[in-house]
Design a protein around this ligand. Structure first.
Ligand code: PML
Ligand code: MG
Ligand code: MG
Ligand code: MG
Length: 246
């Protein structure tokens, strides 16, 4: 059965190209029309503003090119303040042997406004993404489901589990940290193969659009091209993605 990659990117303020929303799916041909409509609706009714530019891309992909991965196990840490939340991340990174969590988190100030993620050398704190303004986009991934109901409402959680699962399976990536760029969404996470997808209920104050993603890289520079190829090009379907946190 042929599969299709469907991608949507929405922007506002013509000329300035401000990011509003983005989404992607891997679908059968029958599922395409319904999902196109749902993503269009999402772009036009978004907390970040009404999109005035919406780009759709539909590409056929060969089923044998798809890698199947089990979803990372999910856990949630309840915190009261963003400072407490940051502490949880720093501790998690320490468990991975990364002692400079504080300095890694400070790099988030550079991610605001980037469409993609920062690819950061976890030891030297050098940024490795080829386009520092745009960042690196992990793409060509979706949850594997028996029946995918189309929805115009973003499931932040399920989409993030898919992305994090792909990212931490990329060569040389040891962890991912995410703070949502949605003003209404203060839950973020830190993810690694060893401890899974660890949600943290407060990483910023409500109303703040300041978010971003950092992919933590470890190893020699020779591996960077491989990592980027996997993140940007490898098709991944993730099985066992929960619809909501337990
Ligand atoms: C986003 O899509 O803006 C990122 C959401 C990350 C947190 C998801 C969760 O609830 O676990
Ligand atoms: Mg962003
Ligand atoms: Mg890895
Ligand atoms: Mg967003």
């Amino acid at each position: 059965m042929a599969l299709y990659s469907l991608k949507m990117r929405a922007e506002k303020n013509a000329g300035k190209r401000e990011h509003v929303s983005g989404a992607e799916k891997i679908l059968s041909e029958e599922e395409l029309p319904e999902h196109l409509a749902a993503l269009l609706s999402r772009a036009l009714h978004h907390a970040k503003g009404k999109a005035d530019f919406v780009n759709f891309k539909v590409e056929a992909i060969a089923p044998e090119a798809v890698e199947h991965l089990p979803a990372l196990p999910v856990s949630t840490v309840e915190v009261e303040t963003p400072a407490e939340g940051r502490r949880v991340i720093i501790d998690a990174l320490e468990n991975l042997g990364l002692k400079n969590g504080e300095a890694i988190l400070a790099k988030f100030s550079e991610t605001y406004g980037m469409r993609g993620a920062m690819l950061l050398d976890a030891d030297t704190l050098e940024r490795l993404e080829p386009d520092a303004e745009r960042g690196l986009r992990a793409t060509y991934m979706d949850a594997e489901r028996a029946a995918k109901g189309a929805s115009d409402c973003k499931n932040h959680f399920a989409e993030a589990v898919v992305l994090a699962t792909k990212v931490v399976h990329a060569p040389h990536i040891v962890a991912e940290i995410c703070v949502s760029d949605d003003p209404d969404y203060v839950t973020g996470y830190v993810a690694a193969q060893s401890f899974g997808y660890r949600r943290i209920t407060k990483l910023k104050e409500a109303g703040s659009p300041d978010g971003g993603r950092i992919f933590l890289y470890r190893g020699s520079r020779d591996g960077v091209a491989d990592t980027i190829r996997y993140l940007e090009k490898q098709c991944v379907l993730v099985r066992g993605v929960p619809d909501s946190p337990a």
